[in-house]
Write a protein that binds this ligand. Structure first.
Ligand SMILES: [Zn+2]
Length: 260
């Protein structure tokens, strides 16, 4: 399937932790005596971050449930997720055309991939949050730790452990990039991205959400559409901005009027 790229829509904003957040890292490289459950950190700067894949995966999962997409692909003995098997079906699917689909053979028909239109960048702490967090004294870099005592319901055995968290109030820079391939899809795709973010605000980012972790707020900055012509030469092409994802008519118009 041929996919034309008409331009980009850049959605910027900030994501704030309203409660402590834990996105776990592998313990493989942890030294003995380290915290039981560490957060994921940038390997160079050691600052905690939110992997774009974590946020994108959560947005997709919540949107699938909200739009009642049919789970069709087994990923375990009892678990199925929704992934369109072909690019032709994915482009008509409200979830897969934004979040992507990996093809799979179906009824003797070869599957085909549909790469996601939406890119979710890794989220790093704002400069202000970096400065605030480097001042707190918890014995950990930019984070806090919380003691949790899980009780085994059957044996009553206690399983105490320390969980590392990004503290309440920390803010991260959010950047989503949407590939404009069909101007007629922009309004619906933006509404679905907005819905996924609204659902995340009422769910959780990272682990232990049912125990209060990971409540977040998202504030939008500029939402900017740029045509390919504008990216090539900003004296010829067009750009347009919006402040909310449900009012993007101005952005749609530049892609309708300028398809080069
Ligand atoms: Zn789909």
């Amino acid at each position: 399937m041929y996919r034309n790229l008409l331009g980009k829509i850049i959605i910027s904003g900030t994501l704030e932790c309203l409660t402590g957040m834990h996105i776990g890292a592998s313990r493989e490289n942890m030294e003995i005596g380290a915290i039981d459950s560490p957060v994921v950190r940038d390997p160079v700067t050691r600052e905690p971050y939110i992997p774009g894949s974590s946020l994108k995966g959560k947005m997709r999962a919540l949107l699938e449930k909200a739009l009642a997409t049919i789970p069709n692909r087994p990923i375990g003995s009892d678990v199925k997720i929704h992934v369109c098997n072909n690019a032709e079906t994915a482009i008509k699917c409200e979830v897969c055309r934004v979040f992507g689909a990996t093809g799979k053979k179906e009824n003797d028909k070869e599957g085909s991939n549909f790469p996601a239109r939406l890119i979710v960048r890794d989220l790093y702490l704002t400069r202000d949050s970096m400065a605030r967090l480097s001042d707190i004294d918890t014995g950990l870099q930019y984070t806090e730790w919380k003691f949790e005592n899980a009780i085994d319901r059957v044996t009553s055995a206690a399983n105490p452990r320390q969980i590392e968290r990004v503290p309440k109030g920390a803010k991260f820079e959010l950047e989503l990039i949407y590939n404009v391939e069909d101007a007629a899809h922009i309004v619906d795709d933006m509404k679905h991205i907005k819905l996924a973010i609204e659902l995340i605000k009422m769910d959780a980012v990272g682990g232990h959400g049912s125990r209060g972790y990971g409540k977040v707020d998202v504030k939008y900055g500029n939402i900017t559409g740029k045509t390919i012509a504008f990216l090539k030469d900003n004296t010829i092409g067009q750009q347009a901005t919006a402040t909310t994802l449900d009012n993007v008519e101005g952005i749609v118009s530049i892609f309708n009027g300028d398809k080069k």
